[in-house]
Design a protein around this ligand. Structure first.
Ligand SMILES: *[C@@H]1O[C@H](CO)[C@@H](O)[C@H](O)[C@H]1NC(C)=O
Ligand SMILES: *[C@@H]1O[C@H](CO)[C@@H](O)[C@H](O)[C@H]1NC(C)=O
Ligand SMILES: *[C@@H]1O[C@H](CO)[C@@H](O)[C@H](O)[C@H]1NC(C)=O
Length: 425
């Protein structure tokens, strides 16, 4: 076979210079045939190449692009789910601190995605729609607490007798029983950092040197022996929680809130009962995170005082000039984010120390964007390891000492609640 490598198609061959004159004609004929065949095969090559390109393009369009797309989508959604889980964990584990503190949380997030992801519907809460409501023939009047800070988007309201005495007493009783049961054991005390641990020790006038080795491996918690030693020197508030649907009361309460405020049932999280003994308060904080793009954040808070406090225990908004004195059954409702879903720094508030008495509240946070694990009882964090019924205390971001005892992964309190249900509704 001749190999006219450089011959261009359609051009007469001048190659094969070795071909002798005598056979020129025959040679030329053969050459022509060759050329023809070659041109033909080149045509087919071109057609074949075009076909290949077309098939390739179709394959890319039909298969590869969607595959990459799905891969990316998969990645994005699983990342999102993971973040939601992580977030839910933090939400239901330690109380909201600022952004920095919240990044450091002990324990691992719940990894397996539950059925709540299947029927999830996004719901956005960007407005309060305040309305007086009627209950048992008496009207609940909602009053706005005016403030004079024009830069703030916060609206705060109070409602007298939002919960009845019977409801308040029942909630306090189940919380107190739960706390006293768990208080029979030494709590595990956790600090968000070595720095705040040192601050707490300084505040308690304890001259103890601490190092990272004092934390139990994989946590920022100190061990039981060390916790027992420090227990008497620290003060804290107590939190227990129940979740939507876990009791009839949660449904009644959530419906009533929706009627009075427009806060949607499905945008609400847990119902957290907190008590503050004498001498205990809670530092300045915002319920949402300032300058954070995530809209799955606390849009509004509903807080109901379950008893009067003789002295102290006010909920104070220092940047709005608002201070609310606890009164049994009184609800305090405010938004912490504006209608665009941005956290308003003027929503800063604190719980003033209880000077005389004992303060009890129940609160529920409502989120700007809901998310699948919102309002679902989370799994108990793996770390720190604790004994059954062993409480845990979180002392975070030192600011005049704000430790809180948590047991929000436990059903005991709900069982108690159910046993006492007849007293509550
Ligand atoms: C998906 O995420 C994994 C781990 O985060 C990463 O290694 C991989 O490259 C990502 N895939 C795509 C298609 O982005
Ligand atoms: C607990 O922590 C203290 C202080 O770091 C340490 O001295 C002690 O050995 C620890 N005890 C146990 C049982 O791990
Ligand atoms: C809270 O913040 C305000 C305003 O920044 C400040 O004046 C006040 O002392 C703080 N209160 C507490 C309890 O930290």
């Amino acid at each position: 076979m001749t190999k006219p490598v450089s011959r261009k198609p359609g051009k007469k061959g001048h190659g094969d210079i070795s071909v002798k004159n005598s056979s020129k004609k025959r040679a030329s004929k053969t050459q022509k045939a060759h050329q023809y065949q070659q041109e033909k095969s080149q045509k087919w090559t071109v057609v074949f190449a075009i076909c290949c390109l077309l098939v390739g393009a179709v394959a890319v369009a039909l298969y590869i692009v969607p595959t990459i797309h799905f891969a990316l989508k998969d990645n994005a959604s699983s990342k999102k789910d993971f973040q939601e889980q992580k977030r839910a964990f933090k939400d239901d584990g330690v109380d909201r601190k600022n952004k920095k503190g919240r990044e450091k949380s002990t324990g691992s997030p719940v990894q397996d995605l539950g059925p709540e992801f299947k029927d999830f519907k996004l719901s956005i809460q960007s407005k309060l729609k305040i309305k007086n409501i009627k209950e048992n023939d008496h009207e609940m009047i909602i009053h706005e607490l005016k403030h004079d800070n024009p830069k703030s988007s916060v609206h705060a309201y109070i409602v007298e007798n939002f919960l009845s005495d019977v409801e308040c007493d029942g909630l306090m009783m189940v919380h107190s029983r739960h706390v006293s049961e768990l208080n029979k054991q030494v709590p595990i005390i956790c600090f968000d950092s070595l720095k705040s641990f040192r601050e707490y020790l300084k505040d308690a006038k304890l001259k103890i040197k601490v190092s990272p080795n004092d934390f139990t491996r994989g946590t920022t918690c100190i061990n039981e022996t060390f916790s027992a030693k420090l227990q008497a020197h620290f003060k804290w508030s107590y939190s227990t929680a129940f979740y939507p649907g876990e009791s009839k009361f949660s449904t009644l309460f959530a419906d009533k809130i929706q009627k009075a405020t427009g806060l949607k049932v499905e945008n609400g999280g847990k119902f957290q009962i907190t008590s503050y003994p004498q001498g205990v308060g809670y530092k300045n904080h915002t319920d949402c995170i300032v300058n954070h793009p995530d809209k799955r954040d606390r849009y509004a808070t509903v807080l109901v005082y379950l008893r009067d406090v003789e002295e102290g225990g006010e909920t104070e908004f220092p940047l709005l000039g608002i201070s609310v004195k606890p009164r049994k059954g009184l609800a305090l409702i405010w938004n912490s984010m504006n209608s665009r879903g941005e956290c308003d720094p003027f929503s800063l508030h604190n719980a003033a120390k209880v000077i005389k008495g004992h303060k009890f509240i129940i609160q529920r946070w409502y989120y700007y964007h809901n998310f699948p694990s919102l309002g679902r009882r989370p799994q108990e964090p793996l770390l720190p390891q604790r004994m059954a019924n062993q409480p845990r205390v979180s002392c975070d971001e030192y600011e005049q000492g704000s430790c809180r005892w948590y047991d929000e992964w436990n059903y005991d309190h709900l069982l108690d609640y159910t046993a006492n249900l007849q007293n509550l509704i």
